[in-house]
Design a protein around this ligand. Structure first.
Ligand SMILES: Cc1cc2nc3c(=O)[nH]c(=O)nc-3n(C[C@H](O)[C@H](O)[C@H](O)COP(=O)(O)OP(=O)(O)OC[C@H]3O[C@@H](n4cnc5c(N)ncnc54)[C@H](O)[C@@H]3O)c2cc1C
Length: 392
């Protein structure tokens, strides 16, 4: 039996940020993460101003920024082929209200930076390859059963609070019986993370992502996102039609060569990730001594990049309140303000992301009709500012 004030389940960006914050506030915690290491897939690709401000305070801003794209990169470029002319592109607004502006940085690098910071904090015990099996709460605390995936050994943890940072399919949320509001499946997606050295192409080094919409409708629409500043790692995002399976590696290699119009390009698929685009918020963020944060509490469409960022802001809101209550300076009512403050933000971020996603879907149609209806296309392009010029 391990006794600890706070048990954090899940070591993604939300869980690691929480453990780090608690340690900074002098509260020991145990973080249990099912996977053996931080993510090997780039997933989220942007830390907004507010997240970077916090990373500055935690001493990881520079490390995160070094792994990101140049601040002046164009955001999204529409084209028919990656080697052809860019038909339209949108540029980020400069962040003028903060000394720590946003960074377009892949999630794997953010997780590495958080993990590195945690390794220097003695109060935060991180147990990887360790999964939550069950938990139950009573008036004084929570008892959880965990298992090491390396040895099969099971053990119990007694904590005053348990925080479920265990992602979109949260077991903590399911065990609590907390329902999600909103549509679970907007679309099914497959992300293909690949290596191909394109660093010699000037336009490649100055853009975050390309929306490739070929004239030949037989060829798929695939978004291609730069991963890191070197122009050699990419993410191809495939929207799956009903019953469609992700491209095989062979198909991907052929598609990438076609998209870049380079028949001899060396392409290596690093990994592939299937995911579901949802627009859901948990009905409750707290039940007794158990809290939900990050994707466990809300799942947004990715347009607008609020997933990782909202998770960091959730735990930033929660950590100091837990510290106040655990040190006897605050009452239980303070902890109720976590839900009353963060749930409305999650709902508004969901609406924002859904609107962004709907606009992008309309743009796919307008792009192909841009010669017949240039005004409609230009109007939607200008409206993209609503997504891209937000400071998050
Ligand atoms: C393709 C893609 C693109 C995205 N793009 C963006 C973007 O541009 N901007 C943005 O902000 N967000 C983006 N997101 C969303 C972002 O990745 C998530 O919002 C973010 O990872 C959520 O962080 P989290 O810590 O809440 O959850 P996660 O990162 O999902 O971490 C949860 C962790 O809990 C662990 N876990 C689960 N169950 C257990 C258990 N029983 N015991 C122990 N551990 C457990 C998991 O292994 C996992 O490591 C994207 C996501 C995807 C899939």
């Amino acid at each position: 039996m391990i006794d600890v004030p706070v048990l954090v389940v899940g070591g993604g960006p939300a869980g690691m940020s929480l453990a780090l914050l608690l340690d900074r506030l002098g509260i020991p915690s145990l973080l249990a993460e099912r996977r053996p290491a931080t993510t090997n897939h780039p997933k989220a690709r942007g830390c907004h101003d507010r997240t970077m401000e916090q990373f500055r305070v935690w001493g990881i801003e520079d490390r995160v920024r070094r792994a990101g794209l140049p601040a002046t990169s164009d955001v999204a470029c529409w084209c028919e082929s990656l080697n052809g002319p860019l038909v339209a592109y949108t540029q980020p607004a400069p962040s003028t209200n903060t000394p720590a502006p946003r960074s377009i940085v892949p999630q794997d690098a953010v997780e590495e930076a958080l993990d590195h910071a945690l390794s220097t904090r003695p109060g935060a015990q991180v147990r990887r390859s360790t999964e939550l099996l069950t938990f139950a709460q009573d008036a004084a605390g929570v008892t959880a059963r965990l298992r090491s995936r390396d040895t099969g050994e099971e053990f119990e943890v007694r904590a005053q609070y348990l925080i479920g940072c265990d992602g979109a399919n949260s077991q903590v949320r399911t065990t609590l019986g907390v329902e999600m509001e909103g549509p679970e499946v907007l679309s099914l997606m497959a992300n293909h993370y690949y290596r191909a050295d394109l660093s010699h192409l000037p336009h490649v080094r100055s853009a975050i992502g390309f929306l490739v919409r070929p004239t030949d409708l037989e060829r798929p629409d695939v978004n291609v996102l730069a991963t890191g500043p070197d122009g050699n790692r990419w993410l191809a995002v495939q929207k799956l039609a009903d019953g469609e399976v992700p491209f095989s590696e062979e198909h991907l290699v052929q598609l990438v060569r076609e998209q870049w119009e380079m028949p001899d390009l060396e392409v290596e698929r690093i990994n592939v990730l299937n995911w579901t685009m949802s627009a859901q918020v948990a009905r409750h963020f707290r039940q007794g001594r158990v809290f939900l944060a990050g994707d466990a509490a809300h799942r947004f469409p990715t347009a607008g990049g609020n997933g990782l960022n909202s998770g960091v802001q959730d735990v930033h809101n929660l950590a100091w309140k837990l510290a106040m209550v655990l040190s006897g300076h605050g009452t239980e009512e303070l902890l109720d303000t976590y839900e009353s403050e963060r749930r409305p933000v999650a709902r508004s971020n969901t609406d924002f992301a859904v609107r962004n996603q709907q606009r992008i879907d309309k743009m796919d149609v307008a792009f192909r009709q841009r010669e017949e209806h240039p005004e409609a296309w230009r109007k939607l392009l200008a409206e993209q500012d609503k997504q891209l010029h937000t400071e998050g």
